[in-house]
Design a protein around this ligand. Structure first.
Ligand code: GDP
Length: 297
């Protein structure tokens, strides 16, 4: 299970804190040192860990908390609150344009992150909201990707727009938006090509789409299992093309937690959804408070 090791360690720290009637400054500092170690071992970004423990310490080492009735409990509460803050506090939804205006969503990410699967998963969520999304197959480098999108689109009962692999992605994207306007699709989701690594060609292609199509939301899909790499990828994509939000996939695996806890703090961009499995229904809205409760046990 995701976060198992981190949860276990934090629970041990908390158990210790709860067992103490009164807390000294040194008790709090010692506990926070353990929290820090646990977060670092969970692959949370080093700067994020430092800021986090500093924030908790500043709030915890004050007369109100230390002289309170239940100091241990108070410190735990502060850790919880700061962790929720770290992940952005609020739940962020994909922003759709009002009325009949078309919202173009561009899905980006490295190959294997789960982009094509997530595209179809999001289409399902939009359908639940009464929308009629159109999926556009803009990954022309892997014929299998077009096929996979078509199969997933069929499963979700949403139309997939494809022009095969002989056209430029930007032209497919433009044609898809025109198609959507004629067919009453309020949302167009572009499934773009991923590469094994961030490279110039990929970025240029995405920039070209953004320059020629009125993209309302750029959503990055990253694999939670890759930890800090996912965070670095998010930083790079945001810098090069600008992203509006992140979907963190494969949280059903035994990821250590680093990406979930760092992405928002490092990039300033919210996690919108988390992927919880390979099935097209396995996509959950991201709630920072629930995620913190899950991690803290
Ligand atoms: P793309 O190359 O980014 O388009 O990635 P795909 O959508 O083809 O996904 C790569 C693999 O990851 C596939 O086997 C998916 O079934 C799998 N996958 C995607 N999202 C999740 C997830 O949330 N959990 C799990 N366990 N597998 C996922």
């Amino acid at each position: 299970m995701a976060f198992d090791s981190l949860s276990q360690k934090l629970q041990n720290v908390f158990k210790n804190l709860r067992s103490k009637g009164r807390l000294t400054e040194d008790d709090v500092k010692a506990a926070l040192k353990e929290v820090k170690m646990a977060l670092l071992e969970a692959d949370v970004n080093f700067k994020v860990v430092k800021q986090f423990t500093k924030a908790v310490q500043e709030r915890a080492i004050g007369s109100d908390v230390m002289n309170g009735l239940n100091p241990g409990q108070m410190v735990i509460k502060i850790v919880n609150e700061e962790m929720v803050k770290l992940m952005g506090s609020e739940t962020t939804e994909i922003a759709l344009r009002p009325g009949q205006q078309i919202t173009v969503i561009m899905m980006v990410g490295l190959q294997g992150a789960g982009k094509t699967t997530t595209t179809a998963k999001i289409a399902g969520k939009l359908k639940q909201k009464g929308k009629k999304p159109l999926l556009a197959a803009c990954d022309v480098y892997r014929p299998a990707a077009i096929e996979q999108l078509k199969i997933n689109g069929e499963k979700q009962e949403v139309e997939v727009f494809s022009m095969g692999d002989k056209n430029k992605p930007v032209n497919i994207a433009k044609a898809a938006v025109e198609h959507a306007a004629k067919n009453g699709n309020q949302v167009v989701i572009l499934d773009t090509a991923g590469r094994l690594h961030v490279d110039e060609d990929m970025m240029d292609e995405l920039i070209e789409i953004k320059e020629n199509v009125d993209v309302a939301q750029t959503i990055l899909v990253v694999d939670a299992m890759t930890g800090q790499d996912a965070v670095n990828v998010a930083g790079t994509f945001d810098e090069k093309i600008g992203i509006d939000g992140v979907v963190l996939t494969k949280l059903d695996g035994d990821t250590r937690g680093g990406a979930a806890l760092s992405i928002r703090a490092v990039t300033g961009k919210p996690i919108l959804y988390v992927g919880m499995g390979e099935k097209l229904s396995d996509l959950e809205q991201f709630y920072p408070d629930r995620m913190a409760s899950r991690i803290l046990g």
